[in-house]
Ligand binder design. Structure first.
Ligand code: UDP
Ligand code: MG
Length: 350
């Protein structure tokens, strides 16, 4: 898909856009006089969730049963689980033809699992949520309601959360640091629990960078965004699959994928160091000229050379850094712009 691939206007709830190889058969839905129900895709990353996955699936399907106005598709992505998760998911797929299971060859991480799910989801709207019941299934239906009222991206924002004090504290601080170091207006206290309109999901698929911070990319996309607040529950079973190491990596990805602030800091530091070293050089020369009696032989030269080299090196690093920053953003290869719809012109044959 390219940027030129601009499609006719889509209205909400939109028709699913046709995509090669993933044609959905729409049985009774298209018969005359009947309005097609919107198809909601769920993208559900699973990593060693054998103790909670059945409960999650039961709760989600129960919530969906209460909404006969919606069709659903559940895309479970098994992110290289080493427990019995895959067998449980396969059993779910056998029983329920709304379930699709993508089985990764190894653990690729949460953000990549989400990406794969988005690649396979075919719905008019796509909801990404965790499978540990921390993101309550009933809230996903509130996201759908906000979507039907015209939002194209609906973030689920945590009003409260039951995690450990450490996790809550670091997350609180992190979202504020992230917001201040990047130009992107990343909503505070939202994880990856959100709804994307089909158009947004299609655009998001164009972002193919490896170290990805999906929530940041989505926030940077624009479109009509809204929020639904919810209380985040405790994990239903098992432990967090985000140990400190993975959390730190995600945190770094968040900052570095939306700003070259760390690189710019080197340039600033370079200027400061150079200014200080010039002052040091002047001082050393003045000491040599006016107080030769207390100046050790060789000291002036040593000071001048060291300070000069230190200052220019730091500045040169900054210059290199600014080029590296440009290379980095080119290498990310993000789309230059995103289009909601193109209005007017000859009618596209639909
Ligand atoms: N997850 C995943 N791959 C990983 C780590 C986590 O697919 O490498 C899934 C996990 O099964 C869960 C979601 O991502 O559905 C969020 O993980 P977790 O609940 O452990 O994170 P936390 O809520 O503690 O931040
Ligand atoms: Mg969790």
């Amino acid at each position: 898909m390219t940027q030129q691939d601009i499609r006719p206007p889509v209205h909400i709830p939109s028709r699913p856009l046709e995509r090669a190889g993933t044609e959905r058969d729409e049985p009774a839905r298209t018969e005359p006089g009947r309005v097609r129900r919107p198809l909601i895709s769920y993208v559900l990353p699973v990593y060693n969730e054998q103790d909670g996955i059945a409960a999650f699936h039961a709760e989600l399907t129960a919530a969906l049963d209460g909404r006969p106005d919606l069709d659903a598709e559940l895309v479970y992505v098994n992110d290289g689980s080493s427990d019995g998760s895959l067998a449980l998911l396969t059993a779910l797929a056998d029983k329920d033809d709304r379930v699709k299971v993508v089985d990764f060859a190894r653990n690729f991480g949460h953000q990549i699992a989400i990406t794969a799910g988005l690649d396979l989801a075919t719905g008019d709207a796509v909801i990404v949520m965790d499978t540990d019941l921390q993101d309550p299934p009933r809230v996903s239906l509130e996201l759908v309601d906000a979507w039907r009222q015209g939002a194209e991206i609906v973030h689920a924002r945590r009003r409260s959360r039951q995690d450990t004090l450490f996790k809550r504290g670091t997350a609180h601080l992190y979202y504020r640091v992230l917001r201040s170091s990047t130009d992107v207006d990343i909503p505070l206290d939202t994880g990856d629990f959100r709804l994307l309109d089909r158009r947004v999901a299609d655009e998001l698929r164009k972002y193919r960078e490896r170290s990805r911070f999906v929530r940041g990319i989505v926030a940077s996309m624009g479109y009509r965004q809204s929020e639904v607040a919810f209380d985040r529950d405790e994990r239903f079973a098992g432990e967090t699959k985000y140990p400190l190491r993975k959390m730190a990596r995600l945190a770094v990805d968040g900052v570095t994928s939306f700003s070259t602030a760390p690189l710019k800091m080197i340039t600033r530091l370079g200027f400061v160091v150079l200014a200080l070293s010039l002052a040091g050089i002047l001082y050393a020369l003045a000491m040599k000229a006016f107080r030769p009696d207390i100046t050790v032989s060789g000291w002036t030269m040593l000071m001048v050379v060291t300070l000069f080299l230190g200052g220019t090196q730091m500045l040169s690093l900054g210059v290199l850094g600014s080029y590296v920053g440009r290379i980095y953003s080119e290498a990310q290869g993000r789309p230059l712009y995103l289009v909601r719809e193109v209005i007017g012109g000859p009618k596209a044959d639909d």
